[in-house]
Write a protein that binds this ligand. Sequence first.
Ligand SMILES: [Zn+2]
Length: 415
Amino acid sequence: MQSAFAQTTAIVGNQIIDGLNKDTLKSSVILIKNDTIVGIGNRSIIPKGAKVIDLGNATLLPGLIDSHAHPLISGDDYQNNHVQQSSAYKALKAYKGMERLLNAGWTTMRVAGDADVYYGNQDIKRLIDEGVLTGPRIYGAAHYLSVTGGGGDINYFSPEQQPIADGLVVDGPEEIRKAIRTEAKYGADWVKVLVTGAFMSVGDSPKAVQFSEEEFQAVMEEANRQGMPVMAHAHAADGIKMAVRMGARSIEHGTYMDDEAISLMRKHGTYLVPTIYVGDYYNDPRNQLREQAIADDYSKNYRHIFIDLVGRAHKAGVKVVSGVDLGGYDYDPTVYVRELATLVEAGMTPMQAIKATTSVPAEMLNKSNDIGAIEVGRKADIIAVENDPLQDISELEKIIFVMSDGKIIKNDVAK
Ligand SMILES: [Zn+2]
């Protein structure tokens, strides 16, 4: 509850990574009133009567943002799971996964569509907004749009079987407009489109461009009319370039980008969400996909090229954002942090990888006034780790403190 007389809370650590500066701040104290950051400084700024949370030697950071989330997908065999699980089952399980992610420091997620017939992700968002549930801030698309036979269709059933696919299957401008209007009607604030085929879906190729120019034009027109930015899943270079030229706000994956695609992204200010770690996850023999051969071929023959391309895109000035692209419940939150490690592998500094998970996605979401940094006036989404994540990015796997919207979610230091 907002109150002018609310008690001030002071979080005390050793140093602050604010998500904006290139160096850690010398300050060690963050003041919070209600849900907002009201001061940053040293101990002398702590007012009399403030509630002090002393986290010792901790490094304080902004809450983490996962910009490519699929909370309602709970297992690797997601297309079969989709037809075997009700929307309610998926949503309840997704919420348990979100609770764990919030506890691990992920205070915001952008949903890249979910394998769900209904709007489970929007129902969770509504319950969080209503204060019934506590969870991460949720933005994004309820579903992913796909063409018939594309990455969001189910392509391995006989023609007699007509399950409702995991994606929203649309062909032609008319169906696209109706799908986007329906997404908007039920609360989605982004449009997600599978411009090209996907790695994980059965029976289509990530190297194929699936939406025509006429269709993607319809996507952009309707999304613009609704005020919804477009996130374009695109692996093949031609699909990336079409989406960038026509105004997509972000490219998801970008696996087969080339120099022209990189320079177009830079020129248009398009965000790149390369989702590198998910490929490594499926390189592990314990985590196998129905289309494992395509994933194996990528891991063996192409991953090193992709890492190099992401590094070059970053160097060229493309705004790289971290997105995890794993499902929700069945994945341990610590593996989400490994996306940051792959960005470091691609040539970003740990500080740049942290920005790619805080202030840069906040800018992509048009939420820079609210989240993504430790700055006076922004919401108090604050996490802490015991050691310095700039020395070792995997320190972010060990979150000791989480505050979301000014509320303490987790405090391992409390006596
Ligand atoms: Zn995805």
